[in-house]
Write a protein that binds this ligand. Structure first.
Ligand SMILES: Nc1ncnc2c1ncn2[C@@H]1O[C@H](COP(=O)(O)OP(=O)(O)O)[C@@H](O)[C@H]1O
Ligand SMILES: [Mg+2]
Length: 281
């Protein structure tokens, strides 16, 4: 059993509230912010609570396991999410931060807790998209840029999110633009192939139907660091449209040209490849 993790910055606050240990957090009676997840045999729930200076999201789960080669009998999905939170921090991909993580075996039950700091002052992109028609064009452009640059940074760090829905991208207005960061890192893993980049982007665009054609182009131009009208954008649109068709959705990412590239998973050079040395771009 691994030792509990408590972030140094959160320890005094949690201690003052009597919440600096697994059992105290496990016992908290709170309403769930979403329906508890019961897909994997056990259950997993998300709640929110406020301390005087900081809000927290408390994720608790019981026997909600994921199997892998390293863990053939399964490990709590939060263990994976916690590792990913640390990996994102190491690779400087903006994401939520963990305040507490712990696991306990109680008889046959495998419990886990992941406590993260609430992103106060941030708002998820899905809620921006819900009010898209009322959003001024300049602000829309800034939000698109923030999401695209975040995706670019994620992939340059050789990570795929695997759940890149607008509701998992949080944004906050800065002086001239928007900062963006990611949440729900449970499914994220190392990125090896171009198809993994396409899958993340297709997922994002499928859940952002409010974006106009020109806005999708802008998103891709920023993501690829390409200039407007560059043929590389048309090429990516075609790959995305193919992926969308595969998912059975009506393609809403029209492909304009036959870019003449095979849709293979080779690791050779291809248009729009992000070179590792560009990773902070
Ligand atoms: N640290 C956080 N800051 C702000 N909102 C959060 C945070 N953690 C979770 N949420 C909110 O709770 C929802 C569910 O959390 P998430 O991590 O996506 O759980 P699940 O793995 O069950 O999908 C998110 O969509 C988001 O709205
Ligand atoms: Mg989620």
């Amino acid at each position: 059993m691994t030792r509990d993790f408590i972030a140094a910055a959160d320890l005094p606050l949690l201690e003052a509230a009597g919440l600096a240990d697994f059992d105290a957090l496990w016992r908290m009676e709170l309403d769930a912010v979403e329906h508890p997840n019961t897909e994997r045999g056990g259950w997993s729930s998300v709640c929110r609570f406020e301390l005087p200076e900081q809000g927290y999201f408390l994720k608790r789960q019981s026997s909600h396991l994921t199997r892998s080669l390293a863990h053939p009998f399964g490990e709590p999905t939060f263990a994976r999410e916690f590792r990913n939170i640390r990996r994102y921090a190491e690779r400087q991909v903006p994401a939520l931060s963990a305040a507490f993580f712990g696991m306990r075996k109680v008889a046959d039950e495998q419990r886990a807790i992941l406590l993260t700091r609430a992103l106060s002052g941030w708002r998820d992109l899905a809620s921006w998209l819900a009010g898209w028609p009322r959003c001024p064009p300049e602000q829309r452009a800034q939000l698109i840029d923030a999401a695209a640059l975040l995706a670019r940074r994620l992939h340059a760090a050789r990570l795929t999110h695997c759940c890149l829905y607008p509701r998992h991208i949080f944004v906050r207005a800065q002086e001239k633009d928007f900062a963006a960061c990611l949440i729900d890192l449970e499914k994220s893993r190392p990125l090896h192939f171009r198809r993994e980049r396409i899958r993340d982007l297709e997922q994002f665009l499928r859940y952002a139907p409010q974006l106009s054609d020109a806005e999708i182009d802008r998103f891709l131009a920023r993501y690829l660091a390409a200039s407007a009208g560059s043929p590389v954008i048309a090429c990516w649109r075609q790959w995305l449209a193919k992926r969308q068709q595969k998912k059975g959705a009506t393609p809403r990412i029209p492909s304009f040209v036959d870019a003449g590239h095979q849709d293979g998973d080779d690791q050779h050079h291809y248009p729009g490849q992000i070179e590792p040395e560009q990773k902070n771009g």
